[in-house]
Design a protein around this ligand. Structure first.
Ligand SMILES: Nc1ncnc2c1ncn2[C@@H]1O[C@H](COP(=O)(O)OP(=O)(O)OP(=O)(O)O)[C@@H](O)[C@H]1O
Ligand SMILES: [Mg+2]
Length: 253
């Protein structure tokens, strides 16, 4: 049996005023994929995640989650779909006045029908998963950037989403914390069958986690394929992109 299609985009177009950011995006993401989206700064990667979350409305095209059309979906139904999606924001986006465990408790209280006892055990489980069970009573400001990001991940996983979206999960982290996040992404796929979409600039991490990759360029997906197909791509834009990043990362290290 072929794998279930998690996300299907066809002819997705989005303009901000005069500027067309997405011209026509087509892509298909299967269950169990870690789908890495690359592209130059400003190419529309975060915009694409925003469309998937239903935060941005495309001007044209179709966006389906497990066969259900998301464009034009009314608010209650959209919120229902959102409980199946987890989002890990670039800046963690935690609520600064709430403890670590309260941040994770929040989506469970608001969006699940779990009992108080079930909520407590879920919070504990997710904190363990990201290795922060000792820090549950701390405020976000008492944590390092890498720890905050792990709390953001624990919160994104609170409702056991089938699909998790990551916007630059390892940006701004040291190599050890970056690897920790990447290992969690791999672990989620292998042990919990979670599908992920990862937007990243970190090429080493991209190749470490990806089962499939896509390159967004001038409003379209220029190439979709396996990491191997990307390495061997004869496309000059993609070769230049990969080369500049590998040189950049070597010079950092
Ligand atoms: N709310 C908005 N209003 C107007 N223009 C926007 C808005 N959000 C994004 N843009 C523009 O859309 C383009 C794509 O932005 P986006 O944030 O999706 O890029 P990106 O690929 O995620 O870039 P980066 O790698 O720097 O994060 C940019 O030119 C940006 O200025
Ligand atoms: Mg972005």
């Amino acid at each position: 049996m072929s794998k279930q299609t998690m996300v299907e985009m066809r002819g997705v177009k989005l303009r901000f005023g005069e500027k067309t950011v997405l011209e026509s995006v087509d892509c298909s993401i299967s269950a169990g994929d870690v789908f890495v989206i690359m592209g130059l700064s400003g190419s529309g990667k975060s915009t694409l995640l925003g469309i998937l979350l239903g935060l941005l409305k495309p001007d044209a095209g179709s966006v389906k989650f497990k066969g259900m059309e998301l464009t034009g979906l009314a608010r209650p139904k959209l919120n229902d779909v959102r409980t199946h999606l987890g989002m890990v924001y670039q800046n963690a986006a935690l609520i600064s006045s709430m403890s670590v465990s309260d941040n994770i408790r929040l989506p469970l209280r608001e969006l699940s029908d779990k009992s108080a006892k079930e909520i407590e055990s879920t919070v504990e489980l997710k904190l363990k998963l990201v290795g922060l069970d000792e820090d549950k009573d701390k405020l976000p400001s008492e944590l390092s950037g890498g720890m905050q990001k792990r709390v953001g991940l624990a919160r994104a996983l609170a409702l056991d989403p089938e699909l998790v979206l990551f916007d630059e999960p390892s940006a701004g982290l040291d190599p050890i914390n970056g690897k920790l996040i990447n290992d969690l992404i791999i672990d989620l796929r292998k042990r919990h069958s979670v599908t992920s979409i990862v937007v990243t600039h970190e090429m080493e991490g991209a190749f470490a986690v990806a089962t499939r990759m896509a390159f967004l360029h001038e409003g379209k997906i220029l190439l979709v394929g396996t990491p191997e197909e990307f390495r061997n791509s004869g496309n000059p834009v993609i070769s230049a992109f990969l080369q500049s990043y590998s040189t950049h990362e070597k010079s950092k290290g």
